[in-house]
Write a protein that binds this ligand. Sequence first.
Ligand SMILES: [Zn+2]
Length: 452
Amino acid sequence: MHARLTELDWGHWGHEALELLRTLLRCDTTNPPGDEEKCAQSLAEFLRDGGVEPEVLVSAPGRANVVARVKGDGSLPPLLLAAHIDVVPAEPARWKHPPFAAEIHDGYLYGRGAIDMKNMAAMSAVVVRLLREIGGPLRRDVIFAAVADEEVGCHLGSRWLVDHHPDKVRAEYALGEIGGYSLYLNGRTLYPIQVAEKGVLWLKAKVEGTPGHGSMPRDDNPVTRLSEALAKIGRARLPAHVGEPVRRFVREMAANQPFPARHVLPLVLDERVGAFVIDKLLPDPSTRRVFHALLRNTVSPTVVRAGNKTNVIPATAEAELDGRIALGSSDSELLAELRAVAGPDVKFEVIDRQAPVSTSPDTELFALLSRVVADHDPGAVAIPFVIPGFTDARSWSRLGTRCYGFSPVRFDPRHDVKFADLYHGDDERIPVEGFQFGLRMLADAVFRFCAR
Ligand SMILES: [Zn+2]
């Protein structure tokens, strides 16, 4: 632990962080509509109380982002601590405890956003106050950003900040979503740290035909033809692309596993037998889906639109497709693979496009995070991690920022409560002790990286 942190009253700061997190969880920031302003104001107030002057930047009515900066001496470029404060919907009837009441039961704080990711917003706010109070002199500026709208594509949050206020958030490195949580696998403790995420290619697919009366079927009915194409697209398994970040993730994960996983896991990277290995040897369906998704471009049909009258054959049929670009592939390659499956009948139009994002784990900061993990949780190992989805890293990286997923929390190895089940799941909750453990880990990492 950094020398300046060893003397701190962690009971006090752990309590401050927990109470701040509870305040944030009580703000319903379900997106849509998001409505993050009140949550943003609570964070701003907490920072102000500690002498940090935040800016609340409103991107649209009710949609707010908080940015603050603790100045360093400028000898090194800034570090960004980033969290989104919007959350996905929660269905209260399916929860044991209400999703926006921030109740604590049996050592767990319940609430939508408890791990995704108001916990990081609360921890980062505390760390920024600590830097202000006892951190100086700093070698780098530390920037705090709590942003709106990640769950719906980042438009009014990180993307808006990068487009409209790039100088407020430009940093050499960012710590954010997803990673830094403990994962217990075959007797080993791992802390995945996200270094890369797949790209996005959202598309509209369109088929045109001749309108006509439903009483006289037509061969060129666009509904029939689009349906045929969608069935093929939805069931297709596109060719494997094994990007370097995925290779590294799988190898390091395997190296920290016992026999036989140690030998089996790397086989998923083999372009000829990988898919077979995933289907036959990986134990559970969600792990199989993740590995298939990481190793290839994917396209999921999600929205279908055609016709509005039972007895009229429409002139067009349309669908929206959620395409994701593999690390090591590109939007044009995905489109070519998709055209080969769908055939010439379907026209495609791009709705949204974002190249895959990746940061090498061979950096000073990743090495430091690995040491922090090992120091705080002896025997645990940090591994570079890749996700099929996207995070705000897609925006920060446009400014050249190297992004790592590090929002630390330690789950109790004796409980069967896993990050993967809680993320967007019912009864989202965070272990109170593990949250405060994460706070110390994050503070230590930031102090060691930024303070003298
Ligand atoms: Zn999230």
